[in-house]
Design a protein around this ligand. Structure first.
Ligand SMILES: C[S@@+](CC[C@H](N)C(=O)[O-])C[C@H]1O[C@@H](n2cnc3c(N)ncnc32)[C@H](O)[C@@H]1O
Length: 225
């Protein structure tokens, strides 16, 4: 992807640009240009229902009490956190993302009581550095996908969650087997690092979207050791 294709004034950004991402630098460039219009031109225009399903499955599966904080990986403009805060108003949510422009959008999200959805928002390239904080749970939508975060990063991220903590993580279904997510999960399960995941196959987009039919695997599991 060149600067010309995704420059700050490019209003024609779409899913094909997101699928063309190969490196963290590509992500920085794409989302810097897209952040301001992402909610309208991507979430609304494509009826992107995936963050809501992740938040719903989180609320249905992770216990309502005993939680300290939840980390939203690749939080973007804050879609997962916003749904989660509406379903679990007491939840304390942090967000990590490589794009400071996407984080700036997330910082504007508000709960019903007008308090910020996110406690802390951290600009970080998760393919290299990992923040030094232990969370009670981890969630994510749309970030374990084409050219964004791969299985190696996914595996390293397990260490950010306390023993017995929860994961509700969406992974692009097309990449689940082919890019090695299934293999990493299988190996971490066999070595008892995580529990056997429950996998929910969900729609990423609603009916009427040009991309209707794309699926994600939402994996629910716990850290064991
Ligand atoms: C498709 S967006 C999903 C955002 C949000 N979770 C949602 O569902 O709307 C993917 C996000 O992953 C972030 N991302 C990509 N590569 C990253 C990296 N190496 N480290 C941290 N975040 C990254 C992008 O900046 C972007 O905000």
């Amino acid at each position: 992807m060149s600067d010309q294709e995704v420059g700050p004034n490019n209003n024609g950004i779409d899913l094909s640009d997101a699928y063309a991402v190969r490196t963290p630098e590509d992500s920085r460039r794409l989302y810097a240009a897209w952040a301001e219009t992402y909610n309208k031109t991507f979430i609304e225009a494509n009826s992107y229902v995936y963050p809501r399903r992740v938040a719903e499955l989180f609320a249905e599966n992770a216990p309502a009490s005993g939680f300290q904080d939840v980390i939203d990986i690749g939080c973007g403009t804050g879609a997962v956190g916003s749904y989660l805060a509406s379903l679990r108003p007491d939840s304390i949510i942090d967000g990590f993302d490589i794009s400071k422009e996407m984080l700036a959008q997330a910082s504007q999200t508000r709960r019903f009581d007008n308090s910020p959805v996110y406690r802390n928002l951290l600009e970080v390239d998760l393919t290299s550095a990992l923040p030094n904080h232990l969370y009670s749970a981890m969630t994510s939508a749309g970030t374990f996908t084409h050219g964004h975060l791969g299985p190696d990063t996914f595996f390293r991220l397990f260490s950010l969650v306390r023993i017995s903590g929860w994961f509700v993580i969406g992974i692009n279904a097309e990449h689940y087997e082919s890019r090695g997510f299934a293999e990493i999960i299988q190996s971490a399960t066999v070595s008892e690092i995580i529990s056997q995941p429950e996998v929910h196959v969900v729609d990423v987009y609603g009916p009427g979207s040009p991309h209707f039919g794309d699926k994600a695997n939402i994996c629910i599991f716990r850290r064991q050791r």
